[in-house]
Design a protein around this ligand. Structure first.
Ligand SMILES: NC(=O)c1ccc[n+]([C@@H]2O[C@H](COP(=O)([O-])OP(=O)(O)OC[C@H]3O[C@@H](n4cnc5c(N)ncnc54)[C@H](O)[C@@H]3O)[C@@H](O)[C@H]2O)c1
Length: 433
């Protein structure tokens, strides 16, 4: 990669979140505000805690990423966003029941000051939710114009230097790419023609963000920015995009265990993953059409890592199943079980069992912080289009059509760090010395 000219991170960074009143968003915002007050610990955040090795092994240089990479300061962030419910983010965080009241109360005033803007919502795309706080307009185009006005107004009112827009709203139903998505011209015409089935609400937010020069992060598995029309718009406006679907729990484990099997040339016969989850996300995913979007995202991982076409004797006949069960008593505290049937020497079968008692939004919040800071960094570096160096954070990493995605967590981690080294003008590492 050629030397990168990085613009300074000066001024205020506006972070606009779609689904700002949800569990992930309110946990991310409350946590970030608590960290910057010196109360909370940013555990799980690479930008805040991780070091980066610079130079040869014998140089022993391991500075913190945030001390050598020009990231925005947490004190310069101002939060806003959209939701289909009007309650402020203090009420939303209490409602989400992720954080204890005492942990939310330390930033009560700041949270109460953040109120959502009315959303672009279409119940045909999220069947289990009934929005009450929504925009009205003649067409998808008209609604998108309203979102652009929101972004401009937020930027002016808060004196922002830059804006990042992140999707942490509910998973939309599965839609396949269609001719309306093939080019920017076709896409814009479809918006003006109010082609509701092809243009999802998430596409309206993404179009508005990119048109306003704001990077867009897709945290759910929605098709959204993963279409040629959006790649064209990102190129036209020189704006970064990344996604899809935060890699937080079961898939995180999968992308660690599958490379382990392959590295040791152990075979795989079956992988059964099931979850119980009781938050609003679990309720939305209980709808088969929303689950299908998630299922596609979760299933793609194993084949790409294990390459059954290259290793038919080890991975040519895998049974892979993923289930999500809505179970209200657990709220945000998801439990995920994996049963993995593996094969060893002379075809002898063995089993591996994982029981992950996790907390969905606690795992997702640090990813949101890292992605916002890295997306803003990408913008200031002049990077535009798909940011595959951020694959580390996603279950279905976006990639150019002529490339295979990288799912292996540790390769993704190396790509992330080597990109950061390049940005700061340091040689990349092959880890031999
Ligand atoms: N928590 C995790 O570990 C994790 C991992 C990967 C992906 N995700 C995805 O992140 C998203 C958020 O998860 P969550 O647990 O916070 O869910 P949530 O249901 O608590 O929050 C989603 C929020 O989005 C709002 N919303 C829905 N449609 C909207 C629209 N069109 N415009 C504006 N707001 C809208 C809802 O009202 C709600 O407040 C989901 O899509 C989920 O699948 C979460």
């Amino acid at each position: 990669m050629a030397k990168v000219e990085v613009k300074e991170a000066k001024g205020t960074l506006g972070v606009l979140i779609v689904g700002v009143g949800g569990a992930v968003s309110s946990t991310f915002i409350a946590g970030t505000l608590s960290v910057r007050k010196g109360i909370g610990q940013p555990i799980g955040s690479v930008t805040q805690l991780a070091t980066i090795r610079l130079g040869k092994r014998n140089e022993n240089r391991f500075p913190k990423i945030k001390d050598v990479v020009p990231l925005a300061d947490l004190n310069d962030i101002v939060f806003g966003g959209w939701d289909i419910f009007e309650e402020n983010i203090y009420a939303a965080a209490i409602h989400a029941e992720v954080l204890k009241k005492e942990d939310i109360d330390v930033v009560k005033d700041e949270l109460e000051a953040i109120s959502p803007m009315p959303a672009v919502f279409d119940r045909d795309f999220v069947k289990r939710l009934n929005g009450t706080y929504m925009k009205h307009g003649k067409s998808r185009w008209d609604l998108t114009e309203q979102l652009r006005e929101d972004i401009k107004r937020f930027k002016a009112d808060n004196g922002c230097d830059r804006i990042v827009v992140m999707w942490a709203a509910s998973t939309e139903i599965f839609i396949a790419p269609s001719s309306e998505h093939d080019s920017l011209a076709a896409f814009e015409q479809a918006m003006k023609d109010d082609c509701k089935a092809a243009i999802s609400p998430s596409m309206c937010y993404a179009y508005a963000a990119l048109s306003e020069g704001a990077p867009f992060i897709m945290g759910a598995p929605n098709l959204c920015v993963d279409i040629p029309a959006m790649w064209e718009l990102a190129e036209k406006t020189c704006t970064p995009i990344c996604g899809k679907d935060y890699k937080t729990g079961q898939t995180l484990i999968k992308t660690v265990l599958a490379p382990m099997l392959k590295t040791r040339m152990l075979g795989l016969e079956g992988w059964f993953s099931t979850n119980i989850l009781g938050n609003r996300d679990g309720e939305v995913l209980d709808d088969p059409d929303s689950f299908k979007t998630k299922e596609v995202s979760k299933l793609s991982v194993i084949d790409t890592i294990l390459q059954p076409e290259v290793y038919p004797e080890l991975y040519g006949n895998i049974y892979h199943k993923v289930r999500i069960n809505y179970y209200p008593p657990r709220k945000d505290n998801k439990e995920g079980w994996d049963n993995i049937d593996i094969i060893g020497w002379l075809n002898y079968p063995m089993q591996l069992k994982v029981d992950f008692l996790c907390r969905d939004s606690i795992l997702a919040a640090p990813l949101c912080l890292d992605l916002v800071l890295f997306a803003d960094l990408a913008l200031r570096c002049g990077f535009w289009g798909i940011q595959s160096w951020l694959s580390f954070y996603f279950k279905s990493p976006m990639h150019a059509p002529d490339r295979v995605p990288e799912h292996d967590l540790f390769i993704q981690h190396t790509i992330l760090k080597n990109t950061l080294r390049t940005i700061i003008g340091e040689p990349t590492l092959d880890y031999l010395e």
